[in-house]
Design a protein around this ligand. Sequence first.
Ligand code: LLP
Length: 437
Amino acid sequence: HGTSRVNEQGNLEIGGCDTTQLAATYGTPLYVYDEQQIRTKCREFVKAFHNTGFSFQVAYASKAFCTMAMCKLVEEEGLSLDVVSGGELYTALQAGFPVERIHFHGNNKSRDELIMALDAKIGCFVVDNFYELHILAQLAEERNEKVAVLLRVTPGVEAHTHEYISTGQIDSKFGFDVQNGQALEAIQFSHESNHLHLLGVHSHIGSQIFETEGFLVAVKRLTELLGEAKEKLGFLPEVLNVGGGFGIRYVEGDTPQPAETYIKAITDIVRQELTALAIPLPEIWIEPGRSIVGDAGTTLYRIGSHKDIPNVRKYIAVDGGMTDNLRPALYDAEYEAAIANKMNAPATEVVSIAGKCCESGDMLIWDVKLPEAQAGDILAVPSTGAYGYSMANNYNRIARPAVVFVKDGEAEVVVRRETYAEVVGHDVLPKRAQLMR
Ligand code: LLP
């Protein structure tokens, strides 16, 4: 997909760059992002809204991959940006992202984070709970400002996806519940507040969703709520935010729909339901993360040791693992792989790809068919662009990999490889230990 192809040397090429050369130049593990592919995905979502008759905002959910370079690219593509922490907000501000297009999410924003965002004059707070709502209203009053908010509600929809990545079901830590009247109470409070400007409501039903049904059920719950809010409070929404969660292809059998299919289904049902309630059509906002960056990212590893257990399994170890891709260990996520320097060689053996961490669960892929691998070969794992780098960690004091963007035969480092000095950089030797010497 994207700009990937096999070149004359039989090597995997992305964005016009030979991945074996990228590995040699920048080292491994290495996150390689196909810049054109990210831009294509941004444009597909924007284009999907054309001809729907709706005003819209596409906010990239930066949690999927948040770096200054990515914020810059998102700005260039005209998208908005969803941040969920002071750190993501800081990244966006450092990249010079237009503040009015920043939306701030999170189920436990601290007072300091709220102040940081108020000082920056961001476009919208997606308020999750009464604790936050009251702090924000109080801060806005103290500052004599009127702050734009959306209310995150839990519509009680279970998306058909892995349990740990569903966030819209009833038993969820996120949002105001629709069922028990919390959501309506929050609408009333915000609508009547002199210092909050209630734009509308938000819901996010989960992640890696293939079917449109979940969105349809969620929209119905939201529009029912809006019908009640109109009737009882006279509130009319300017914005309806239906979240993100659009799936991508990781392995064969994954069946994501094109952006257009999701957006058409969503806008059709919103129009139908709100027209029936005589509510003027609001802007539709969405928050795709994975579907913007997921299949634009490929991780390159160098193959090292192997362990052959006759008649049982052959393990092949790479120089990364759960430190650069936590998803297999955390969610049993599946990936495919290829040997980047043997793209034309026949796949002859079934092997399992192990990471290098001191943990049996540090396996990247079970049972993948590959050409015969040797130490020094470059293993490419595609579709690692979302929640790979962003969930990378320093377990076993492993330094985090570099990130490069490739396009038209040129590669640019957008995140430097971490050094060991940086890994220990926050450590402080206790004074007592020095005295004991
Ligand atoms: N909006 C909200 C409010 C969210 O909670 C999320 C994701 C998104 C948008 C973006 O969802 P996406 O389009 O990327 O599916 N670490 C997990 C995914 C966690 C998603 C959490 N919320 C993974 O690696 O699969």
